[in-house]
Design a binder for this molecule. Structure first.
Ligand SMILES: [Zn+2]
Length: 337
């Protein structure tokens, strides 16, 4: 299982430049904005929900863009950055505190409207074609950046701006210092290392999320959980969906709770069992036209009996090969010894 997750993370890392965060580093940033000056909102009196969940399965609430109040700032790179106003005030306090510790940050990107994301999709479709867009550009409406509450930071180290993802990731000690202060100002780290299957994104030390509640931010941080887990809204899929929009999938059920595990790997790779991986039913999306090896392993006190494919007996061997382009249910049966 780990193998598959790892494989998908590699894809996610490659894709991030245009999906989770980095869109502003593309030529798209030259697209003129409709209004670059002041607050765009009508009123925020219908207080926005600072715990709103926007991810690959949950779109931005319909009325959000009518009520969110934002401000515009210019970062050290000269880019216009739009941020929800309460989040911006909290960010300024966080930034000031960090500076006292010799850590210097700036805002790379925060709010991107659904319309902006749609313009990105349109422009990239024209330039690179639909296939590229389906693979590398986030679906409008499903990016946390739409909220204005998601902020991408960049670093200034020894007077030099460090803003490329591949460069920023080289400074884990600096990120540790930043992350340690987030909750004090109502922020959480949004895409945690090891929680990729839940968030749908690779670890992003720079992507922070404002929740406007220090107690909640501290609880989430201390527990080391994601916003999805805090809200008890785990994704329907346990593995990040494919970036190509493919719906090909296999569903795997493990019967007799706690009696077995399974692992999935690309053919030719050794499957690795992950004891922490949930034993309940779940769906795996396969994103490449290859064969996968699925292996069941009985826990102590049990033995593997058979695999069923769509309720037909499939194999009595614990190891089977799963072909891509199948939408099938596989069930592993175990029995007590
Ligand atoms: Zn981001």
């Amino acid at each position: 299982m780990k193998k598959l997750i790892y494989t998908m993370n590699v894809c996610l890392l490659v894709c991030l430049m245009l999906t989770g965060c980095g869109t502003e580093k593309t030529p798209v940033s030259s697209i003129p904005q409709e209004s670059a000056e002041q607050t765009t909102a009508v009123s925020q009196t219908d207080t926005i929900d600072y715990l709103v969940l926007v991810n690959k399965e949950n779109p931005l609430p319909e009325d959000w863009e009518n009520i969110v109040e934002t401000i515009h700032m210019t970062n050290s790179l000269g880019d216009d950055v739009e941020v929800e106003k309460t989040a911006y005030d909290a960010y300024l306090e966080l930034k000031a505190t960090l500076e006292k510790e010799g850590v210097f940050v700036d805002l790379d990107s925060a709010r991107r409207s659904v319309a902006e994301q749609q313009r990105i999709v349109d422009e990239f479709t024209e330039t690179y074609g639909e296939y590229y867009v389906q693979n590398y550009v986030a679906v409008p409406g499903y990016s946390e950046h739409h909220t204005g509450l998601a902020l991408d930071l960049y670093l200034n180290i020894d007077g030099e701006d460090v803003y490329l993802n591949e460069d920023m990731i080289m400074y884990p000690d600096i990120w540790d210092k930043i992350h340690a202060k987030l909750a004090d100002y109502g922020f959480i780290l949004r895409y945690l290392d090891g929680k990729e299957a839940i968030t749908g994104y690779s670890y992003e030390p720079w992507h922070i999320r404002y929740v406007n509640d220090i107690a909640i931010a501290k609880e989430i941080t201390e527990k080391g959980i994601t916003l999805e887990e805090y809200l008890n809204k785990l994704p329907v899929t346990d593995v990040a969906p494919p970036m190509d929009g493919s719906t090909d999938a296999i569903t795997i059920e493990i019967h007799a709770d706690g009696m077995g595990q399974f692992a999935l790997a690309e053919e030719g790779e050794t499957p690795e069992f992950d004891p922490d991986f949930p034993h309940q039913d779940f769906t795996v999306h396969l994103s490449a036209p290859e064969k996968y090896v699925l292996v069941a392993k009985a826990d102590d006190g049990a033995k593997f009996v058979k695999w069923q494919k769509d309720s037909e007996d499939y194999s009595t061997d614990a190891e089977i090969t799963v072909e891509f382009s199948e939408d099938a249910n596989y069930t592993a049966f175990f029995e007590n010894e």
